[in-house]
Design a protein around this ligand. Sequence first.
Ligand code: AMP
Length: 361
Amino acid sequence: MKIGILGGGQLGQMLVQAGAALGMQFRALDTTADAPCARVCELVVGSFEDSLVLEEFLTGLDVATYEWENIPLATARAGAARVPDFYPPVAALEVVQDRLAQKNFLKKLGIATAPFVAVGSEAELAAAVQALGLPAVLKTRRMGYDGKGQLVLKNPAEVAGAWERLGEVPLILEGFIPFERELSIVAARGRTGETAFYRVAANEHRDGILRVSVVPAPGLTPAQQAQAELAAGQIMQAFSYVGVLTVEFFQYGKVLLVNEVATRVHNSGHWTMDGAETSQFTNHLLAIAGKPLGGTTLRDHTVMVNLIGTMPDATRVAAVRGARLYDYGKAPRAGRKLGHINAPLAALPELLALVSSTAPS
Ligand code: AMP
């Protein structure tokens, strides 16, 4: 079976590595020749919007998927028209690409989120601030990731100029949630409607980038795990979803509010490569290939430490009991995700000491 992946980053790379064990073949599409997928599979290099490039990529594929949710919608539609087994469904991608559409979709399902108001002009921003109060978080509706395209507005002085600073594009204002922690659940749905849910992770971010995931989230109650599964299940059901889906939450007291939905494998699910019976990458591939899903049982309490900007000394990582280093082979650059380490929970202090650049502040 030949699977095409729109996007050739580390998520694609890890999909390919998981798929090798399933006898699958891959082709990725990326705008840069040195994308991580270049090291593990056939790579078509070019613009997502170039029809000739797209034709070269789509020819002969049995199944197509994506590892980046900001691919142009027209590209996804063209892909789905050419390769009917295109998953996750384009309708899901369309909703998650627009933060406002996503929040309205969640609201319709009765899933709690931060309060929000659409902002289409400077005057609407002033009205939205009146309605929600400050502090509030102003985000671009499209193309935001890793904390990019957003501003926390703490006082009226920060409101002035915010419309201009975010580029005078359609925005959404959200009430600021003074959350205790951030959580996420990775889930999968197969072509037959079969679902599987992983244990909820507790995630620490810094500068908008995920630093550490701890699984299972310490102190999470069975009711909260069930609530996370219910939300992910409802979302997948509503989309007739196929593939892996990730839901990020804010925990505020006992309440879980959905922050964001990602229609793909996710950084906060990298722990599954060592901490669960089947990794998120394998389950995504099984789902989109129409095969039965693998078990999601927790193997061990696990931590995932992201490696941002610089790689640690591999010898020192190897000396940490149970630690496994994943190197995406990318050139080091400030703020860039270069790899991650999975390890038993007990290893966390030791890992943070040697990965000081990624330690949460
Ligand atoms: P996002 O790109 O929407 O996932 O936001 C990036 C990060 O900004 C989140 O992981 C939170 O740490 C923070 N953030 C986003 N929205 C809010 C909010 N409504 N209230 C408080 N913090 C937020």
